[in-house]
Design a protein around this ligand. Structure first.
Ligand SMILES: Cc1cc2nc3c(=O)[nH]c(=O)nc-3n(C[C@H](O)[C@H](O)[C@H](O)COP(=O)(O)OP(=O)(O)OC[C@H]3O[C@@H](n4cnc5c(N)ncnc54)[C@H](O)[C@@H]3O)c2cc1C
Length: 417
């Protein structure tokens, strides 16, 4: 059997999923991650669709899948998504979710479970600062502490601002998507009974004039558990919770909010929505949030054209996930795609170890599939980004402001009949 030593740069979702799979298949793998604690990471919930779950089953041991499902909230147990206007009036519903195989899980819970599956092959507090090749052509990485590590295959799973992809492509592989997101979490029990009833057991979205948007996600890994196995649960969310994401177009005003922290940041977000004519009802979920949970992040996006992704010749250095197809969270598919990349790379690397192809052929096959996957999720995520940005034009603002009350009134009449 051909042995392949792999170094993975980045222990986020994709890097850990890949390393768990490689370890399980007997590969020699090392993950270098700059964070010193896997739970010290931001983010709200991650949606894993049926394809991402199927990929995970190929990567992690069955007991990890079981713990993951016991810590996830099932979409099929939720009411259909809702769309509201900025006064909190219902505009319409999304499709029924009864048949949806998708699950939602806290990003921190998911990352912790994957890190457990990688065990001692995960090295925390290791920042990669440079990469190159040894005289024999094998890749090597340089760490901030000056140490040098060699391998047969180097995989950049180092996220949207990837050092590895930049090295391969000769420049950045993604650019700001012109939207800044702010997220926080609010326990359902902290909301007024009226607002709790309005939001219900579902996720929802408000898109209003001048590019202001609000996503409210419902997460309940206990009440809506995918797998009712309390002993296996590792969820950090222990009661019904609304996880919200506010979005504003990039501007000097948005930038000034982005620099704030905690209660000051929350107050500035609320003040901005109020100045833009939002009613108090849709703002309650933010007003009652734990200020310590509020964070800001800039959306980054790669090109949505498959041929623009991974624009380098296949070789002993490759990349996956956001490092190649950085995706705004507007489609909830970035983490799932990184996991599917990991499963695909593992499949192709097994062809190398059983002698049926060379390493560069395996990498080339993997990158071809990743381009298609990346393009698919970017097209979907950018649809919402473009919609939000369109409401920030003079025409878009007028259309949104006039159409929303009409749709809400018609919807109200229909429901009363
Ligand atoms: C803080 C954060 C919160 C997020 N929250 C959500 C969310 O709530 N919902 C959602 O749908 N998507 C969210 N995303 C995006 C989603 O998690 C990504 O699409 C998905 O994780 C892609 O996985 P990835 O492995 O490619 O990158 P990531 O999961 O971003 O992992 C990249 C990892 O590489 C590490 N790294 C970077 N540079 C170096 C270096 N030089 N040396 C060593 N390590 C390095 C980083 O510390 C990070 O852990 C979030 C991303 C981040 C970073």
């Amino acid at each position: 059997m051909v042995r392949v030593r792999v170094i993975v740069v980045g222990g986020g979702i994709g890097g850990l999923a890949l390393a768990a799979g490689l370890r399980r298949q007997g590969f020699d793998v090392t993950v270098l991650e700059r964070d010193t604690d896997v739970t010290a990471t931001g983010g709200y919930h991650i949606t894993l669709d049926g394809r991402a779950q199927e990929a995970l089953r190929r990567l992690v041991p069955p007991e990890t899948v079981e713990r993951l499902l016991a810590s996830s909230s099932a979409l099929r147990l939720r009411d259909p998504d809702a769309f509201w206007d900025r006064q909190g009036r219902l505009l319409g519903h999304g499709p029924r979710l009864d048949d949806s195989p998708s699950v939602d899980i806290d990003r921190i819970t998911l990352r912790s479970l994957l890190a457990d599956a990688v065990g001692e092959d995960l090295h925390l507090g290791r920042t990669v600062t440079g990469l190159g090749h040894a005289d024999d052509g094998t890749p090597r990485v340089v760490l901030a502490d000056g140490s040098i590590h060699r391998c047969d295959l180097l995989v950049g799973a180092d996220g949207a601002h990837s050092l590895v992809s930049r090295h391969l492509a000769g420049g950045p592989t993604s650019a700001p998507a012109r939207i800044v997101g702010f997220s926080g979490r609010t326990a359902a029990e902290n909301l007024s009974p009226l607002e709790r009833r309005r939001l219900g057991t579902r996720s929802g979205m408000v898109i209003a004039p001048r590019g202001a948007a609000l996503y409210v996600g419902f997460l309940d890994p206990v009440g809506n558990a995918v797998l009712d196995a309390p002993g296996r649960r590792a969820a950090i969310t222990t009661g019904p919770t609304y996880i919200w994401g506010a979005m504003f177009p990039e501007s000097a005003e948005t930038d000034s909010i982005r620099g704030l922290r905690g209660a000051e940041l929350l107050d500035a977000i609320l003040a901005r929505f109020r100045r833009q004519g939002w009613g108090e009802r849709p703002l309650e979920v933010m007003a009652r949030t734990d200020p310590g949970s509020v964070a800001a992040f800039r959306f980054n996006a790669a090109s949505s054209r498959a041929r623009d992704l991974a624009p380098w010749p296949a070789g002993r250095v490759t990349a996956l996930g956001d490092a190649v197809h950085a995706t705004p969270p507007t489609a909830g598919m970035g983490a799932g795609a990184a996991i599917r990349d990991a499963a695909s790379l593992l499949t192709h690397l097994r062809e190398v170890t059983d002698g049926s192809c060379t390493l560069s052929v395996a990498v080339s096959r993997f990158e071809a599939g990743m381009r298609v996957r990346g393009s698919e999720i970017l097209v979907s995520a950018m649809r919402t980004v473009r919609w939000i940005l369109a409401t920030d034009t003079p025409l878009g603002a007028v259309v949104t402001a006039t159409a929303a009350p009409v749709i809400a009134a018609v919807g109200g009449l229909r429901r009363r009949r």
